[in-house]
Design a protein around this ligand. Structure first.
Ligand code: SIN
Length: 281
């Protein structure tokens, strides 16, 4: 795949590429953005270094991919309610995204992606890992693919938000846990077809997938455990080392990610927007 306006340098065999030659804090012409989008769909997650994004520039860049998605549980006050401020402060023991997950799949139409911008990062640690869910699907046996082909799964935010989840203890970034909070539930196919690439991807994750439709959680668990283990095999992943000013854009339709919870004494401050997506099919 050739690019004229940007450079695209893969960082791992499975997914992930660093993009160069563009300042995303400034308006981007359509031809350059088309190459960025092509690189995003082809590499599943793309990275930029040395950027300076104020709130206006971050939201404007996210909007180039799709209209912005407002998170139901991570609430931001102020003039940019679509930006979630993900803060880890010294002493925090828990963080946002500490389990392998695809974002916000409790929604009927989960976000198609996210832009994450590093405002302040620790001198070491705090990396983010991504996993290629096309590869996770493609490396299953024919028998398993057949078994999954007609399954749907129930996704819910019951373990990540609300008063019963208890996520706010020991964590600076708070989720809604007020008495008015209500569970959000959606059913999705276990294997989805990406609307742009046409490829099939495994679509179950530890944070949101509760069970297969028509089965109990206990009945579902052995197969879900197998799929989650399989989906995050090291050879399906890449690992991104953040610097201040780094930006990551992941395709939430065919990846999972995890924030590594390995840094206690330094702040880590990230600003994130999510982009609206389609109903998985
Ligand atoms: C997330 O799960 O969206 C946060 C990832 C990170 O902070 O690295």
């Amino acid at each position: 795949m050739s690019y004229d306006r940007i450079t695209v340098s893969p960082i791992a065999g499975a997914l992930g590429a660093e993009i160069g030659g563009v300042d995303i804090s400034r308006p981007i012409d359509n031809a350059t953005f088309a190459e960025i989008r092509r690189a995003w769909v082809a590499n599943l997650v793309i990275f930029f270094r040395g950027q300076t994004l104020d709130d206006e520039a971050l939201t404007a860049f996210g909007r180039r991919f799709a209209p912005l998605f407002r998170h139901p549980n991570l609430v931001t006050e102020g003039p940019y309610p679509d930006i979630v401020r993900i803060r880890r402060m010294p002493g925090d023991q828990r963080i946002v995204g500490e389990d392998w997950h695809t974002d916000t799949t409790c929604m009927r139409e989960p976000p198609c992606g996210a832009v994450l911008y590093a405002v302040d990062v620790p001198p070491y640690g705090g990396d983010t890992l991504f996993a290629n869910q096309y590869l996770a699907y493609e490396t299953l046996s024919g028998g398993m693919k057949e078994r999954l082909s007609n399954l749907t799964a129930v996704h819910s935010d019951i373990t990540v938000a609300g008063p019963q989840a208890g996520r706010n203890k020991h964590r600076s970034t708070k989720v809604r846990e007020d008495a008015d909070w209500r569970e959000t539930v959606a059913e999705h196919p276990v294997v989805r077809t990406h609307p742009e690439s046409g490829r099939k991807a495994l679509f179950v994750n530890r944070s949101y997938t509760q069970r297969f439709s028509g089965m109990t959680a206990e009945e579902s668990r052995p197969l879900l455990d197998f799929l989650w283990e399989h989906a995050t095999r090291p050879e399906f992943t890449c690992r991104f080392r953040w610097e201040k000013g780094s930006v990551t854009v992941w395709d939430n339709r065919c990846t999972m990610h995890i924030a590594v919870n390995d840094v206690w004494e330094f702040p880590r401050i990230m600003h994130r927007v999510q982009m609206s997506g389609d109903r998985p099919v």
